[in-house]
Design a protein around this ligand. Structure first.
Ligand code: SF4
Ligand code: SF4
Length: 167
């Protein structure tokens, strides 16, 4: 395990950047998955759920997932499939000021499209204002996990990883 995570259990962007599930750069045309899975655990739904073969765990199953960013379409299927809630989408295709981040969400009530919320970082701390742009409701096919997309100031593309509702 990385030293910084061992210290307080919090994953940081610096840690993610060094892992094989991290794309080399955000894409300007569509979302891309960021697989923030940094521990060698026996798990591979990210690999088996991706319809485009963009994530490889292989053998042994404890390998860290490797993202092939060229194959990733940004469909988001893996976000709901990951039991570790470790996969996000970063979307830098919305101009110089805003970006969109997609994440799994296992709380109720669900936010509503258009709702103003507070974005939180990997430690659950509020970091900025955000707007909900998409709510994919939980279904059997999505592992009963909702998938939420928010719009945030572009500076928070690599930091926004959840939300706190204002209501
Ligand atoms: S976002 Fe879609 S294409 Fe990209 S890794 Fe996840 S499941 Fe595969
Ligand atoms: S499904 Fe999630 S927790 Fe499991 S190996 Fe893939 S990224 Fe890691």
């Amino acid at each position: 395990m990385l030293e910084s995570i061992e210290k307080d259990g919090i994953v940081r962007w610096e840690d993610v950047q060094g892992c094989p599930g991290c794309p080399t750069k955000p894409r300007a045309d569509r979302p891309v998955a960021v697989v923030e899975c940094l521990q060698e655990i026996p798990c591979n739904p990210c690999e088996t759920s991706c319809p485009f073969g963009a994530i490889k765990v292989g053998d042994p199953i404890t390998n860290l997932p490797v993202l092939n960013e060229d194959l990733c379409t940004g469909c988001g299927t893996c976000v709901a499939a990951c039991p570790g809630l470790a996969i996000f989408l970063e979307d830098d295709s919305h101009g110089p000021d805003v970006a969109q981040v997609t994440f799994p969400y296992e709380y109720l009530p669900l936010p509503e499209k258009g709702e103003r919320v507070q974005a939180t970082n990997r430690a659950g701390e509020v970091i900025c204002e955000a707007t909900v742009v998409r709510v994919r409701k939980p279904t059997k096919a999505t592992n009963k996990t909702a998938v939420i997309t928010i719009s945030v100031p572009r500076d928070y593309l690599h930091e926004a990883r959840g939300i706190a509702l204002k209501r």
